[in-house]
Structure formats: structure tokens, C-alpha cells
Design a protein around this ligand. Structure first.
Ligand SMILES: CC(C)(COP(=O)(O)OP(=O)(O)OC[C@H]1O[C@@H](n2cnc3c(N)ncnc32)[C@H](O)[C@@H]1OP(=O)(O)O)[C@@H](O)C(=O)NCCC(=O)NCCS
Length: 225
């Protein structure tokens, strides 16, 4: 399916679906093979749909990357997906879109992606989302749009790094210092030590990519070795 996001993924396989669109026949067949009856037991129907569509995207991205099937991607107790060994991956959903990306772990150390509804991040949340070094304004963005991009970039960093650092870190632990709308890139810096390998005294600066289409923004962080 044609989508506006694929160019953001340089070293990972990506698959996304627009939620309101009906699945075509081949996707319906793939969807019917997903094995998550116990995992989604008790989920609200909306959450169940979202979870299963995320898994469908993961299955498609995983196949494109490895040529292997994947119909039972569980979540770890911390909610992160338990990707099979040999790959790294990421899943995201917002009101309109759901998607997943997968890369071989020889190609990338991690990958994180995050869909948000552009401008919907409320300014009242700024105190929770912003850290000292975050951009305070941007000549081409409203304050709400800037906050959405900062929030999304931080979530992408979290998803890319979490499997490496294996611990929670918060919005105060990183700063978005540059957003380049013309090139669709952002720079995010860690300002706290997460472990020996990631933090201000070790590896701290990361460049991600993003695009905004209609009401949705997608940020992507592919973490190289
Ligand atoms: C985990 C979190 C990043 C998910 O983001 P979200 O915007 O709420 O939701 P999204 O739809 O984009 O992503 C949800 C998916 O993230 C994945 N996920 C959950 N926890 C994860 C983790 N620890 N690491 C990697 N991926 C994770 C799951 O696949 C989940 O989808 P699923 O439950 O259907 O499997 C967010 O809820 C959170 O806890 N954020 C606080 C930590 C943070 O962002 N710190 C900023 C550091 S600078």
C-alpha cells in the first residue's frame, strides 16, 4: 500500500496501515493467521483492533526483512515487544495510522518510531514533556506543533534505546535541540546517563527523521552500531 512514510526508513523494513481503510484480501488472510487470542482477552474492542493491526504491520515488516513468518509476537512484561533474536523493531499507533518497522540487528542497534496527531499535544503538558535544552520555539511551527514533535521524537528515542538500556527513562532525560523542516530531520541529545554506553559522557546525540502528512506526524530513529 502506498503511504507517505516509507522514505523515513533507510535501514529498516516498514509497513503501515490507515486505520479507517478496509483490509484487502491478502491482508485479511494474514490477519486471520495472527495468534493472540489469550493476549487480547479482556481488551477493549478498540485496543484489541489496534493491537492486532500493529501485529499485522509487524508481521509484514518482519517478512520483508527476514522472509520468515511471524504470527505470535508477544509483549514482554514491561510492554515492549519480544522480537525474535536477530532483529530489532518498533510499533506505533495513533488515531489514524498504525505501523511497524523491523531491521536485522547486524544493520541497526535499534529502531524507534512514533505516530502522533500533529498539534494535539496540549501546552498544559509542556512541563512534563520539556527538559532544559529543548527548543522553546520554531519559526515554522506553532507551539503545539513544536511540542508534538518534541514529544514524538522523545518517544521514538525511548523505543529505540529501551531494549539496549532495559530501564525506564523520562522526558527530562533528553532534549530536542534541532528540528529541520526542510530536510525532515531532528537532533535529540541524552542529558542523563542511562548506562555506560548511553549518556552525556558516552554516546549522547542522535539524528532522527520525521514527516508530517495531513494531521499525523511520524518520527523515526534508526540507531546505528
Ligand atoms: C511506551 C511508550 C513510549 C509508548 O508510546 P505511546 O505513544 O503511548 O504509544 P504508541 O502507539 O506510539 O506505541 C505503543 C507501542 O510501543 C511499544 N512499546 C511499549 N513499551 C515499549 C518499550 N519499553 N520499549 C519499546 N517499545 C515499547 C509496544 O509495541 C506498544 O504497542 P502494543 O502495546 O500494541 O504492542 C509510552 O507509553 C511511554 O511509556 N513513554 C514514557 C517513556 C518515554 O517516552 N520517555 C522519553 C525518553 S526521552
Amino acid at each position: 500500500m502506498k503511504n507517505p512514510w516509507s522514505h523515513l526508513f533507510l535501514r529498516s523494513s516498514f509497513f503501515a496501515l490507515k486505520k479507517e481503510e478496509d483490509l484487502d484480501t491478502s491482508l485479511k488472510i494474514e490477519h486471520s493467521k495472527l495468534q493472540y487470542d489469550s493476549a487480547v482477552n479482556g481488551f477493549h474492542p478498540k485496543r484489541k483492533d489496534e493491537f492486532l493491526l500493529g501485529r499485522l504491520c509487524a508481521t509484514k515488516a518482519f517478512y520483508e526483512c527476514t522472509k520468515q513468518p511471524l504470527y505470535d509476537l508477544k509483549n514482554n512484561p514491561d510492554r515492549s515487544p519480544a522480537w525474535p533474536s536477530g532483529v530489532v523493531g518498533t510499533i506505533s499507533h495513533n488515531e489514524f495510522w498504525v505501523g511497524a518497522a523491523v531491521a536485522k540487528d547486524t544493520d541497526l542497534l535499534g529502531v524507534g518510531m512514533d505516530f502522533e496527531v500533529m498539534g494535539r499535544t496540549k501546552l498544559e503538558l509542556a512541563k512534563q514533556i520539556r527538559s532544559g535544552g529543548d527548543l522553546l520555539s520554531h519559526p515554522q511551527l506553532s507551539d503545539e506543533e513544536l511540542l508534538t514533535l518534541i514529544f514524538s521524537a522523545k518517544e521514538s528515542l525511548y523505543k529505540a534505546l529501551y531494549p539496549q538500556v532495559k530501564k525506564f527513562f523520562g522526558f527530562e532525560d533528553a532534549s530536542v535541540t534541532k528540528i529541520d523542516l526542510d530536510n525532515g530531520t531532528f537532533v535529540i541529545n541524552l542529558i542523563s546517563d542511562l548506562n555506560l554506553n548511553f549518556g552525556p559522557k558516552s554516546r549522547f546525540s542522535f539524528e532522527g527523521r520525521f514527516t508530517v502528512d495531513n494531521k499525523t506526524c511520524l518520527t523515526v530513529l534508526e540507531l546505528s552500531h
